[in-house]
Design a protein around this ligand. Sequence first.
Ligand code: GLC
Length: 721
Amino acid sequence: MTVDLDALIARMTWEQKLLQLQIVWRPDAAEREALLRRGIGSTFWPPSAEEANEAQRIAVEETELGIPVLVGLDVIHGQFTIFPTPLAQAASFDPAVAELDARVSASEARSAGVTWTFSPMVDVSRDPRWGRVVEGFDEDAYLASVFAAAKVAGYQGRALTAGDSVAACLKHFVAYGAGEAGRDYNSADVSDRRLRELYLEPFRAGVEAGAATVMAAFTSLNGTPMHAGRALLTGVLKDEWGFDGVVVGDADGVAQLVQHGIVPDERGAVIAAIEAGVDIVMGGTVLVDSDGVAFVSPDELSEERVDDAVRRVLRLKQRLGLFEHPYVDASAASHGTTERYRDLSRQAAERCTVLLTNGGALPLPDRGRILLAGPYARSLDHLGTWVQHFASTVRESLADAVAAELPAVDWDIVDGCGFFDATDASLGEAVSRAADADLVVVAVGEPSRISGEASSRADITLPEAQRRLIHALCDAGARVAVVLVTGRPLVVEDWIDRVDAVLCVWHLGSEAPAAIARTLSGRANPGGRVPMTFPRAVGQIPVHYDHERTGRPARTGRALLPETIAEFTGPNNTDDYYTSKFLDLPLGPRFDFGHGLSYTTFALEGFSLSTEALTADELDAGLRAEVTVTNTGDRAGDDVVLLFVTDEVASVTQPVRRLRGFSRVTLAPGESAAVGFRLDADDLRFWADGSRRVLEPGEFTVTVGDGTSEQRLALRLEEAA
Ligand code: GLC
């Protein structure tokens, strides 16, 4: 039976309405039960299907209105089965990986009584000092938009009423990733043009994909804290985009408006936030106390706005089918991962690794003596940030996995150092053991506790102890292949050219060791690409592929050393001295967006466009770009072809290129395939300012590349006839 929401709202008291606009930030069991009896609208997941059913039972059977509760949880990259982190998923350049994570996550979560996940995070960022880059998809709005839509589709499935669907939550609205200096929770100041082009776009894509909810960002944007950001929360999200779902505040984000200094007290904070467009307050502030007294009164807070918020919350519950079916079958609930889901997680993980460099050490030989060293030789810390205490465990170490994967190899295992500590003795032992090995695999990286929320780092190199291990082994003449476990792009300058190969494996989840071992052996061929630029130095940040043109682009760099200063200031090169560069760095990042190698090689040929000149109307019908990719090596592998567009002359400065398409293709040795893309007018439009999105006739360059080679073609957009 369909509930008449307007009739229900008409029956509700002021206090009952306010209670629907509340989720308490992780209450204890007694507090949760008291709030449920009071009629609260949402609660965090009590960690079992049985307790979730009991929460619903209290809400439905022991309150006057019997309104079921939303049951929320941070299922970011897995409930029980943990998938690679979202940044790792983006590295796959395969949105099916993200959708698979979301499908399995939703199935495990909903079966256990979760109806709402606070995921996906779609904050774009260009600053790897920010720990939360691990939770997002990357530096590029287009890639983030594609992955946002894939996650929403995976979480919400074919219908929110389904037993394997949960309501998605796009977060954190908006420009949380633009926090100054990459310091978490820090203020952001962004032009309206960049806000539209970069930070809002993935949210728009997620709303277009049908996301049920949106979470406000902790941060202030251009002087307005987002929890009181009416112009964006209501003006853009709800009015302009027509979002009819629910906006939830972040944990205590409403109360923190007091810290932001824009309201005098929590009462003012609640009023400001709900008036701005927050529908559910997440935090300790309880809008109706245990005596049933409302925290704010109808003459302080518009009842029309409150009714709109209540309607949004009730509509979501209706869409989830909670009025008809508030309970789950606890006997059929997931209580942990399964072998099938673990296998899916491993398959996903194998698509996320990025071969950054390879002098031939990888894939590993299947015999001989190999030393595995470093803290990740034996550490099980592969789940990454934002996993719940009930997540499945990593069952084996990398040492176990490589021994199983390459049984004929004579493996020797030594830590050599911890994540943050090394002694001369521990380093010396590793060096002496390396002397007997044909090859050394050094497994190093960021433990997950320095990745994620509140984990910004001012120095994004490997911890010093681990760098000492790499240098000690290289000093001793060992041939070294590095397995790099990380939640973010790292600065690797001091050791990267000393080692033979580097495989970046991010934090790959429940089956990480098996996925890494199969990649090291060559059974899996790495096909991922860098989704977020690796800077050469922290001082280079922000550095990203789609940087805008300048009036003084540099062609060469690194003039710090005396012998190169002359090169810059001598008569033959003064024109390059006064250009946009760093005196003490080579030009460009260490690894560019889209970079990635394979155990095989590929060639791009025959790049073509369906036409080289057309009008906007013709472009609206679509322009086809096509290139042939050939596997020119001796083993199967995946290539990722990226399509970029450059607007050569426009009314406002343009990025040197913008991603407008990507495709990952698997090819057998010698096999070729045509990879096609469709471009339309929207792909050439840009925001001229915060209000005008324009399409301007003129010359464009269309580029296809796979991180190793590129091909370019000119395209002319003509004035309408
Ligand atoms: C956290 C995060 C947010 C998360 C929320 C609920 O502080 O900022 O991403 O969903 O609290 O756990």
